[in-house]
Design a protein around this ligand. Structure first.
Ligand code: SF4
Length: 99
């Protein structure tokens, strides 16, 4: 098993139907979910919202997909916590880390 696949296996989770708020499970974590993916997909409203918050690592494709690049750590991390917790994108709300 390569280092890469071991790292990928460690950082797994699922997307839930509904947000699961309450960050008790995140207290001891080093924000792996906010560092462990190349990007997260946004909708157009989220893209605009993050742009207005000063996001510098936004991207979009010609076929209408919007992304926030989070490779090497999301720019909205404040230490190991989300600095825009109440305004974070839906995918961040419904991601449930299984570790
Ligand atoms: S917006 Fe917040 S929860 Fe989402 S990846 Fe960035 S720091 Fe993590």
């Amino acid at each position: 098993m390569s280092f890469f696949s071991a790292a990928r296996k460690k950082r797994h989770g699922i997307l839930r139907e509904q947000p699961l708020d309450g960050n008790e499970r995140c207290v001891a974590c080093a924000a792996d979910c906010c560092r462990g993916f190349p990007s997260i997909e946004l909708d157009a409203d989220e893209y605009s919202r993050l742009e207005s918050l000063g996001a510098a690592r936004l991207a979009f494709t010609l076929d209408g997909r919007f992304y926030l690049i989070i490779e090497n750590g999301c720019e909205f991390l404040d230490g190991n916590r989300c600095g825009i917790y109440d305004l974070r994108p839906r995918i961040c709300r419904i991601f449930f880390c299984e570790d």
